[in-house]
Write a protein that binds this ligand. Structure first.
Ligand code: BGP
Length: 475
């Protein structure tokens, strides 16, 4: 069966992973410009430090800043009807708290959006994909400080107005759910999302909970603001969610799996049910965490419910009960599922998990769901014929689209779009590498930031073009 004609087909990218031009046209330094230089990266051995003058992928990106017309033309050739981009906050307010916005930054995104509209590609604009001006981290202490919410809202307002009438789909945040006192992934994501070093936090649990709270509040306030500026705006929030399966049928393991998965939903509850969930406050209290919800905040939760849920789906995970104090170790590998193969980075490949998650989420909220990221990170080889035969990527995506179709056609889930992650190769967020590739388009650039930046279509390019052309029937 064909999917509806207005189903959104396309891909998703993030400013800091593609643009480069990290210090051009008035852009200020942002969190992700420092991630590669940080202690954090060195300790984990996944990011190299930046020395003066050394090219590095996070600073050059894939030079999308200068080459976007060429790249968008290729997306149009594939038949994209949507592209999710993000706006780098530090291009608009270089210090975060500047009194006026940077005109050149606004113009860049207006031109980018115009270029998409030229090809009738709907822009889906993320307002926060880890691109916070570093000054807000250093001067205010990042999202732990309530004032940052106000700076974020000013930035949102500037962009809602600058792109009014051109953009109707907005995303307030990407994957804020990864920062949680009970999540082991917090050590990476506190750095990526909030620019803070986990090891240096004095009261970790309180800080992480406060960050999560402020971001949730900021999202609701941004939704309210965006609706006021243009009632046509459809504003959602994107979550990175993994289905968590119990390791076996022991009820303790089943409860543990449920709790781990449930942790990713409290913010969606707040954004859909018009109040911050009481169960989360009780859980925090139990852990000695205090959150103060003012009457003004309650109003914000009441008025800021989202129009759609964005779902980033890559993998599922497995949980086992290890005692009351255990943390969620699911993300990035965790326990092995013997029924599933894994990617080179240990992420379980689980197409059925996508159908499960779509069902689970839709039954809970009955809101439209957009698959905002899905894809396989892999090392691509250029064969002797000069081509990249990425059948493994086609296989992964094809199986996931099949399961998504079952969720739509059989289970009646209202899924409104499918966007692959990194339709063009880009810098990986958690490894800082170029060699972990997701694209239909190969970019000649290595982990040291060296290469010609030449774009080459992979085998998956023609395949995805046919998928879109046939409305998902030719897989
Ligand atoms: C998501 C992020 C993306 C992207 C993706 C793949 O969590 O929203 O920014 O990077 O993961 O992850 P990685 O780049 O680490 O392979």
């Amino acid at each position: 069966m064909k999917l509806k004609s207005d189903f959104l087909w396309g891909g998703s990218i993030a400013a800091h992973q593609v643009e480069g031009a990290w210090d051009e046209d008035g852009k200020g330094p942002a969190i992700m410009d420092f991630v590669t230089a940080g202690e954090y990266g060195q300790a984990r051995g996944i990011h190299k430090s930046i020395q003066a003058g050394v090219r590095y992928p996070s600073h050059t990106g894939i030079d999308f800043y200068h080459r976007y017309p060429e790249d968008i033309k290729l997306f149009a050739e594939m038949g994209f009807t949507a592209l999710r981009i993000s706006i780098d906050w530090s291009r608009i307010y270089p210090q975060g708290d500047d009194s006026t916005p940077n005109k050149a930054g606004i113009e860049f995104y207006q031109n980018l959006v115009d270029e998409l509209l030229k090809y009738k590609i709907k822009p889906i604009v993320t307002l926060y994909h880890f691109e916070m001006p570093i000054n807000l981290v250093r001067k205010y202490g990042s999202w732990e400080n309530r004032q940052v919410v106000d700076h974020y809202l000013r930035f949102c307002e500037t962009m809602f107005r600058a792109l009014k009438g051109k953009v109707s789909y907005w995303v307030t945040f990407n994957e804020m759910n990864h920062i949680d006192p009970q999540s082991e992934a917090s050590d990476i994501f506190t750095y990526i999302i909030a620019g803070l070093k986990y090891s240096e936090l004095t009261n970790k649990a309180q800080t992480l909970a406060t960050i999560g709270y402020h971001m949730t509040l900021a999202s609701c306030a941004a939704v309210e603001l965006g609706h006021k500026i243009d009632p046509e705006n459809k504003i959602g929030c994107v979550f990175g969610i993994e289905p968590v399966y119990p390791i076996n049928s022991d009820p303790d393991n089943i409860l543990t799996a449920f709790k781990q998965m449930d942790r990713d939903f409290y913010q969606i509850d707040a954004m859909c049910k018009r109040k911050f969930p009481q169960y989360k406050l009780a859980e925090y209290k139990d852990q000695g965490i205090e959150l103060v919800i003012s009457t003004a905040d309650q109003e914000i939760f009441k008025n800021g419910s989202i129009d759609f849920i964005g779902m980033n789906y890559y993998a599922s995970s497995v949980a086992e009960y290890k005692g009351a104090q255990e943390k969620n170790s699911a993300l990035f590998g965790g326990l092995q599922n013997p029924f599933l193969p894994t990617s080179k980075w240990g992420w379980a490949i689980d197409p059925v998990g996508l159908r499960y998650l779509l069902n689970y989420t839709y039954r809970k909220y009955e809101l439209p769901i957009m698959i905002t990221e899905n894809g396989l990170g892999a090392i691509d080889q250029i064969d002797s014929d000069g081509q990249i035969h990425d059948s493994y990527r086609i296989d992964y995506l094809s199986k996931h689209i099949q399961e998504m179709k079952k969720a739509i056609e059989i289970d009646q889930v209202n899924c409104i779009g499918y966007l692959t992650w990194g339709p063009i190769d880009l810098v990986s967020a958690t490894t800082g590498q170029m060699s972990k590739r997701y694209g239909f388009i190969y970019v000649d650039l290595d982990d040291q930031g060296l290469g010609t930046l030449k774009r080459t279509k992979k085998a998956s390019f023609d395949w995805y073009q046919k998928v879109i052309e046939s409305s998902g029937t030719q897989l």
